[in-house]
Design a protein around this ligand. Sequence first.
Ligand SMILES: Nc1nc2c(ncn2[C@@H]2O[C@H](COP(=O)(O)OP(=O)(O)OP(=O)(O)O)[C@@H](O)[C@H]2O)c(=O)[nH]1
Length: 488
Amino acid sequence: MEHAWVKTMWHARETRNMAGASRPGGGASITGLPAGVRLLGHFRPYVALLTALWVLLAAPFLMLGVLDWRRIADDTAALAKERGQALFGLIELTREWNARHGGVYVPVDEASPPNPYLIHARRDLVTADGQPLTLVNPAYMTRQLADLAAEHSGVQLRITGLKPLRPGNMADPWEAAALGRFRRGEEDERIDFFANHPVAGAQRPVYRYMAPLHITRVCLDCHMAQGYGLGDIPGGISISMPAEGLLAYRDKRRMESALTLLGGYLLTGGLLHVLMARLRRHTLALEELSARQEAVIVERTRELKLLNEDLRRKAHHDPLTLLPNRLLFNDRLESALNRAGRYQRSFALMLVDLDRFKEVNDAFGHATGDELLVDVARRLESCVRVSDTVARLGGDEFAVLLVEADEGVEVEAGKVARRVAELLSEPYLLTPGMMRVSASVGVALFPADGEGSEDLLRHADLALYSVKLSGRNGWRRYSTDMTAPRAG
Ligand SMILES: Nc1nc2c(ncn2[C@@H]2O[C@H](COP(=O)(O)OP(=O)(O)OP(=O)(O)O)[C@@H](O)[C@H]2O)c(=O)[nH]1
């Protein structure tokens, strides 16, 4: 039991070592490896699993990030488009207002000289007080508004077409492509981002927006000569809007999105770690429990085995002399018979009985008798080899099975029987003092004196009886003239 307890404690200590080896001064482990190294080894699969899960977790977050970045870019473009549409709508309104009035007259000055591209009977007038006025049609007005917008907000806008009345309004390649799509009915507005676009002599990021202008009744006065009819698209309004503000807004939203996703990723990873750590703790506790149970089972099994061996030993041995008892002796006799029969060998059976042992008991007590029996057992063992068997059949009766014989069984059995008789008649030093007993020995040989256990035992007993009859203290081999004592 003590062993089991020590073993269990050892295992518990080792498990605790593994769990707490990171403590400063954790020291060397039981197996001699530094605690840190053993800890790393123990947790390696756990760390690998956690890392793998974390990496797997990164994929959806990364995908979410990419999607969000795209959505933010789309949102920014949508905002730019809305701005373009608003500006375009405003200009169209103003142009319609102008067209409805058939143009408006403004004083002639440096900023508003007469429009050389306008063919009109009353293009230039002079007021009654002598002020010269010139007619500003929608196109001229748009150009003037464009100059104002460029001056105040950096927004560039202009009317453009593929065969404009004013050559300066000729569409550039991007505008020409857009006009082509408008005319083919593929789209009715266009917005694109340009990272570098010339704006007032500098390269700046811009959103370019363009939508078509349609010929209305009021436009026909000027444009009919070009061959345009109602609803045709002679050109469009092209707007370039500096994009720094929108890009800053986009980058700010992207940064916020990245931080939110990173926070989410770390939080989820942290939760995952906590869950895994808990799982790991439970697993370790379970492992420890099962190891303890295993140790207990191993110990119980060992105890049962010992108990079993002890029981077997007790069932087959005499408790006083520790010699094999009659049960085991009978087994050995049967084995000897089998072996000898199979290999055609012989062996000797010897029965030994102390002479007048009762007198020892009567004179000195049962304990002294026991002491004598133990001494007799040791003396008998000293007369034979380990491969032979000495047994106590009961009371003061012993048996010897001689299976090894160098000089032939007959000779060997005679020598051993004589030696037994002599040795047992030597004085015994017992608790009350020195005393003497003698013994009678009967011998039967296999197969000469019997081929079965019963015959051998009976004939050895007859030989022993014969010694007793002839005055005890000696030995005899069975001979057929020996007869059993008459009953009564
Ligand atoms: N001390 C002791 N005595 C025992 C034990 N078993 C049997 N005896 C005694 O051994 C004695 C055997 O006596 P008997 O069978 O009459 O034989 P004996 O006195 O040796 O006389 P012979 O055999 O005729 O020479 C009896 O008194 C038993 O009580 C034992 O375990 N211990």
